[in-house]
Design a protein around this ligand. Sequence first.
Ligand code: 4GX
Length: 261
Amino acid sequence: MNFVVLTIFPEMFDPFWEHGIVGRAIDHHKIFASTLNIRDFAEDKHQVTDDRPYGGGSGMVMKPEPLAGAIRAAKRKCPDAKTILLSPQGRVFDQAAANELAAFEGLILVCGRYEGVDERISHELIDDEISIGDYVLTGGELAAMVVIDAVTRQIPGTLGGEDAAEKDSFSNGLLEHAHYTRPQVFEGRSVPEVLLSGHHGAIENWRLESAVLRTLLKRPDLLESKLLSERELDTLKKWYRRIEEIIKNYHRDHRAHREKK
Ligand code: 4GX
């Protein structure tokens, strides 16, 4: 995977390229990362990249010529890459999108600042528009880092464990099960007994149940749109029956009290 980032703030990416999984992926040549400074493609002597909007109003717009020059230079460097504009108008980025993008030879990530880019850039030069969520950033740089981070960890060999990406949240449409590490008792709270048992089947069952219940409680929207496995469905049914039992017993225990009134 070859990432080429187009930005007026290339220094923002220096620490990003150096640390963690992304840093190691670069060291091990699993990914290639570079930035092009859009300002270097401005033709005037002050290297201006923005201008006032036609029609008036506040804010500035990124001038088309430097951006077009930078995008064309990136495409020459990486001809098979997909060119993505980070913008609040894009399709909202998710795990499926990260997976899909990981299959490309390269990604050219265009980071806008100010109110955005001249509309005429999008037509010829942009293949895809992506938003990292419905909130407003001051520039596309953090959004590009989010995309690069999530895509990188989908590339085989970038994570520590052999199949760690398959165990991630969302890879099976569920949140991850709860995690515990030492000490066995922390501030009076113990690690669930089953995790200490060494019984791999029981641990596997507990983790599946933990994943299903956490998803139900924290992100029920994910469950509603997911095709559940037989075991996941059984877990939901088991807890459904337990809750029904609690409600039934509640009514039974309080009937006497109610009838007295
Ligand atoms: N997910 N922003 C980009 C300027 C801009 C506007 C329109 C291109 C077109 C954002 C997001 C985001 C703010 C980055 C506006 N550039 N980017 N910037 N949310 O809010 O990706």
